[in-house]
Design a protein around this ligand. Sequence first.
Ligand SMILES: Cc1cc2nc3c(=O)[nH]c(=O)nc-3n(C[C@H](O)[C@H](O)[C@H](O)COP(=O)(O)O)c2cc1C
Length: 517
Amino acid sequence: MDTFLSLLSSISWWLWIIIALIIIALRDVLQKNHTISHNYPIVGHVRYLFESVGPEIRQYFVANNREELPFNRIERGWIYASAKKENNYEGFGTDRDIYAHQHIFINNAMMPYQATKDHPNAIDKTFLPCAKVMGEFNQRKRPFRPKSVINVSAMSFGSLSAKAVESLNKGVKMAGAYHNTGEGGLSPYHSNGGDVVFHFGTGYFGVRADDGGFSMEKMVKLVQENPFIRAIEVKLSQGAKPGKGGVLPGAKITPEIAKIRGVEVGKTVLSPPNHKAFSNVTELMIFIEQIAEATGLPVGIKAAIGKLDQWEELADIMVKTGKGPDFISVDGGEGGTGAAPPSFADHVSLPWVYGFGDLYKLFKDKGLSERIVFIGSGKLGFPAKAAMAFAMGADCINVAREAMMSIGCIQAQVCHTNKCPSGVATQSKWLQSGIDPTLKSVRLAQYFKTFRKEFIEITHAAGYEHPCQFTMSDIEVNVDDHNLSKDLSRTYNYNKTKVPFNGMEEFVNCKHLGGQN
Ligand SMILES: Cc1cc2nc3c(=O)[nH]c(=O)nc-3n(C[C@H](O)[C@H](O)[C@H](O)COP(=O)(O)O)c2cc1C
């Protein structure tokens, strides 16, 4: 034994390296799982190493400021700085190619709108409620005017961590915004004082009957026990995976999530593409009315847009019956998700501007646009993008990934693996232990407030008091030379319906204004 040990210790370090390389090379040649390392022993590993660190190297060192997707460095930087209340300006002028195709311009007024000394925005520079009241037209028992035009979009507890959901909920409370639960049901983390929009999809999590269908009894009980639920959203589809249903990877299903959702621990949950509660447009309309009647709350639908025939049917029924959804959330094909097949995320459903434009025009042509609160989502969490959305007819915007970034998401794009390094989209206790909801909630609130402040400033620059006053002619889209650039009305072929607006003062004392318990 002693001789063997002394023989080993006499081997010099470089010989050890050679021995290790020979063992790896032998292993490479003998295995058939990885062709590259079989055909190029040892060297093949370098390729796998480069491939694994490539995204980080590109993100940190190679990609230019405007290059990355879904959100480029400038966009992410603006959200991070706004959330931390740091200097979010840029110096020396824009680094964007403002002659590029699809670039948008906001037409500024010769002289900006001037708020008087006692104007609500002179008192609070971030006061920007929705100009429409959800449920007002349909005379729901509990109409709701969102106190903020920017709100947290559907993201479930399950796809997001408990600490992230708690941070978002505490943050919306501070910002006077609402928090959409996403498909995973109402969790204790959604119940920290912020206004909540309860959202459910085909899995009916949180309002699920024993047979996996919808339970009205549970819905009513949920609303009665949680008065901070201000509206209900029925999910038909989302931009990242329309017609696909939901996927919650088994790795993310902890006992707590399983209990809230009524599913098995560790087993991937697939929500089916279709609802059990309705199978056609007429039944959807009946379903909406039944929920509104039973709960007293405004009820809306969320969808990504593609074909318009069933939407037309819905609009026709609304005209005929005088009833219908109180709000419609239109998600763009560029929308995010916790997990989706790339072929869906990349190709199914229209980008926001096309989808929203088509849908709004349809409802407007039928004289229905005033009855509905239109909500937009799909990378709209930037003031100039929001101005475009409002000019096209949006009344509010919902943000998902922008909200995630404000609380620390670094766009690692691994939400589907349970390995989110920032702890935002994972159920790993260790990874989320770095999130302090007290601090992160302030970040979300600051991002929302900065967004609203800058949005108000852009609105004033265009000569208006509230963004609901933006018209299609206020925004131009670059199609080439300025003489060829088209305003939105000529690009998307409609004009939005004028939103009744009698000054911001009216909103201050509105009895339906959200954010007050
Ligand atoms: C982690 C994550 C989870 C999501 N979960 C849901 C969901 O449960 N239901 C839904 O309708 N949309 C869901 N979405 C989509 C968002 O609500 C939103 O519509 C979309 O990401 C576009 O907004 P954004 O561009 O601001 O991210 C999710 C998005 C993300 C990033």
